[in-house]
Structure formats: C-alpha cells, structure tokens
Design a protein around this ligand. Structure first.
Ligand code: NDP
Ligand code: A1CAB
Length: 269
C-alpha cells in the first residue's frame, strides 16, 4: 500500500497534527520516520532521527517546516527526493513551481493545505499535484482521507484556501474567546462561560455540517420572531461590520501567503 514509508522533515504543530491523524486512523506507526533536530519526542513506534537518513528511500517526503526554512533544508534533501519519492508540502504560500526547482528529480509533487483538526480526522484540505498520473493522484487522496476531507483545488486559489481553511481555526478560536468573555461580562463564571461557548460552537458546527439548509436559514431558525436572538443579530449584523472584519482578516492572511510565495520564488532563482 502506498506510501509504505514516510519521512517527515519537521514535525511541529501542523506536521504533528497530521501524524496524529494518520495514527488515529489506524496507519501503523512503523511506517513513519520523523527528522526533526528539535522535537522532544515522537509518538510511540515512530522513528525519530536527529540526522537526515542516508542510503534509504522513502515513498513520501513530507515537508513540515516553516516556509522561511525551505532553503535551510532543501539542499540537504536532494538525495532523499529522488525518482521513487513523492514530495508533499504543507508550506503556506510556497508554489509547486518553487518546490520543483528545489526537488527536480522527485517522482511528483503534492501541495496540501490542512489545519490542526487533522489530528481528529476533521481537517478540510486543499490539494494540488504536479507530475502524478491519475492513479497516483487517487492514491494521494486515499492517503489524505484519514485526516479529514481532501479536495482538489486549483493552485492559483491556494493562498485563499490557506487563509480560510488553514488559518481559519485561529479565527474561530478568537470568536469562542469573544463569546466566553461576553458571557463573563454579563455575570457568568468565566470557566462556565467558556464551557458554554465551546459547547455552543461545537453543537452549532455539527448541526450546520449535517444540515441540508445553509447557515443563514439555521440562524433564522434560532431567531424567534420578536425574540432575543434577533435583538442580538441586529447588533452583530449592523453595517455588515462582521462581514467586513472577516473579509479584511482573510485578505490580510491571503496577502501574507502571497508574500511568502514570492519570497520562495525569488530565493529559488
Ligand atoms: N500551524 C498550522 O495550523 C498550519 C501550518 N501550516 C504549515 O505547516 C508548516 C509548519 O508550521 P507549524 O507546524 O505551525 O510550525 P512549527 O514551528 O510548529 O513546526 C515546524 C517544525 O520544524 C522544526 N524544524 C525547524 N528547523 C528544522 C530543520 N532544519 N529540519 C527539520 N525540522 C526543523 C521545528 O523545530 P523548532 O520548533 O524547534 O524550530 C518544528 O518542530 C508551515 O510551513 C506552515 O505554513 C499549514 C497549515 C496550518
Ligand atoms: O500561520 C501560518 O502561516 C500557517 C498557515 C496556515 C496556518 N498557519
């Protein structure tokens, strides 16, 4: 079954979440090797290396370092990114053209944009690939499936997908905090307020995910005519301030991804 063996280059927050997701999904720990000079420990059964392995061939090489670190590791990976090895990158902004300059001999390239929910098998994932035939692309999708919901995305939209789905959890966490702090300001015990906020977001997201109507209709169903939810929504919706704030947030994140991509492009020349 492809990939028989997988080498992570860097396994911090995001790489660690993906590794946890595969282990949780039943992939054997023995299939994974992590190269990370700084990581304290790897999950049980996963091989942790402080030096890059020599004379070994991996089916899949996963780049899990920061985009700015790409050229700190790429040179040393030439021998590992050979014709039997697919290179998969989670690096925000960095285009496959930039990866292909660094890894010209690789069997193929995959770009994936997940988020931390991969650890629970609940990550959305944008996926793009280069140099892989139909069968190999199907294998990539099957390999990513235990982490959540992979879907093909045109690479030109990757920076937007990253802003929404990669960074998105951070924005949701801010909203949870705001709900909890709002509840506390109205007199609730802060811990109880956070509990209520978390359960509210958890239940609302689950309901919306499984619903055959959109979030707008669900919000309408919460809002009894002449009731309190409408009173709250009249504040939240005023002047589309929330919509503008979220659009500004996603735009800033998208633009930073564009900058990171340009930096990698320039450094590769
Ligand atoms: N965090 C997220 O939610 C998401 C992140 N991403 C992408 O994932 C990538 C990693 O981000 P994130 O997990 O947040 O970052 P982290 O800093 O948590 O992870 C990077 C890991 O690589 C290690 N590392 C540093 N230098 C090297 C090296 N030379 N060789 C091998 N390993 C090294 C780091 O060690 P140390 O910490 O000691 O420096 C760390 O463990 C980024 O490219 C980011 O764009 C994509 C989607 C979501
Ligand atoms: O903050 C970042 O740059 C990465 C990309 C998406 C989420 N985290």
């Amino acid at each position: 079954m492809w990939p028989a063996n997988v080498l992570f280059i860097g396994c911090g927050n995001m790489g660690g979440a993906m590794l946890a997701g595969w282990l949780r999904g039943g992939v054997a720990a023995e299939r994974f090797t992590v190269y990370d000079p700084f990581l304290e420990a790897a999950p049980e059964g996963v091989e942790l290396l402080r030096e890059l392995p020599e004379g070994r061939v991996f089916d899949l090489l996963i780049l899990g370092v920061k985009p700015q670190m790409l050229d700190g590791v790429a040179g040393a990976l030439t021998a590992l990114a050979g014709r039997d090895t697919v290179v998969l990158s989670m690096l925000a902004g960095v285009e496959m053209a930039s990866l292909s300059l660094r890894f010209p001999d690789a069997r193929g390239l995959v770009r994936v944009m997940p988020n931390l929910s991969a650890a629970l098998g609940k990550s959305p994932m944008g996926v793009a690939a280069m140099g892989l035939d139909h069968e190999a692309r199907e294998c990539v999708m099957a390999w990513l499936a235990p982490l959540g919901a992979p879907e093909w995305v045109d690479e030109s939209l990757f920076d937007a997908v990253t802003a929404l789905a990669g960074s998105g959890p951070a924005y949701v966490y801010r909203f949870i905090d705001a709900l909890a702090q709002g509840g506390a300001a109205l007199g609730l015990d802060p811990e109880q307020s956070l509990r209520l906020a978390l359960a509210t977001v958890d239940g609302a997201a689950a309901l919306a995910s499984g619903s055959d109507v959109g979030p707008g209709e669900l919000a309408r169903r919460v809002s009894s005519p002449g009731g309190s939810t409408l009173a709250g929504l009249s504040v939240l919706d005023a002047g589309d301030a929330l919509g503008a704030l979220v659009l500004g947030t996603l735009t800033a994140a998208r633009d930073r991804n564009v900058e990171l991509g340009a930096m990698a492009r320039a450094a590769g020349k």
